[in-house]
Ligand binder design. Sequence first.
Ligand SMILES: [Zn+2]
Length: 259
Amino acid sequence: MRAEHGDSFSRWKPGPRLVGLGRGLLDLILPPRAFDGEPALTPGLSAGAWSRIVFLDGPVCDGCGAPFPFDQGEPLCALCLARPRVFARARAACLYDEHSRDLVLKLKHADRTDLSGLFARWISRAAPDLLEDAQAVVPVPMHPARLLRRRYNQAAEIARPLARAAGRPYLADALVRKRDTASQGGRSADGRRRNVAAAFVVPDRRRARIEGKRVLLVDDVLTTGATAEGCARALLAAGASAVDLTVVARVTEMRSRPI
Ligand SMILES: [Zn+2]
C-alpha cells in the first residue's frame, strides 16, 4: 500500500533519461498532462486529489484483494480462509476512502464518463494476471429502470475500455439484473446477500458465450462483496469455469455486517 504525495512529486525534477523510462508507467496512473505541471489534471480535479489516492500495489489477499501490511507468505486473508468467496480471485486498484470516493462518485453520478479510461488503466496495472487469464470481461449490470434514469452503467464504462486494451472479449449483456438491489439500506449483510442471490441471471441466449470460460467481472466499488458474489453465482450457474473480480476501489476490510 502506498500513498503518493503531490508535494514531493511536484518538487522532484526527473532527468531526461528518467522521464523516458518512467513515463510509460506514470502514464498508467496519471494523465500525461501531469508532467506539464498543470495544477488541474482534468477539469475539476486537482493534482492534490490524484496524489491522495492510496493504490493497492503491495501484497494483497488473492481471494479478495485486501491489502496485507506485509508479505505474510499466505495467499489468503483470515476472512477468505474462514469463508471462501464465490469469485476465485479479486483485485482492486485503490482503497475506497474519502479521496477515491469523490472520484468514483463523479463517474457514478456526475456524468464524468471521461474518468472511465483512467480507472481502466488503474485496473490494468492492479490486475494484469486476472486480465491475462480472462476469456470474457463482464460488467456488473444495472437494473434497466435505473439505467434509464442514469443513462449509463458505470461498471460497463470501465469494463469496455479495460477489455479493449487487454484484447479480451467484452460481453456487455452477459448478466441481467432482474431486481434493483442498489438500495439496501437497513438490511443486514445476510439480508443483502439473500436479496442479491436471485437478482442476477445469464440470459439463455448468452450462455454459449459464458460456458467453459474464465470470466473477469468488473465493478466500480467492492464493499461487502454481496453484489459481486450474486453475479459470480449466476455466471457459474451458466457454466463459467471460474469468475475473477476486479474493481476500481475496495474498502479496507470486507466485513460480513452492514457498513
Ligand atoms: Zn481475502
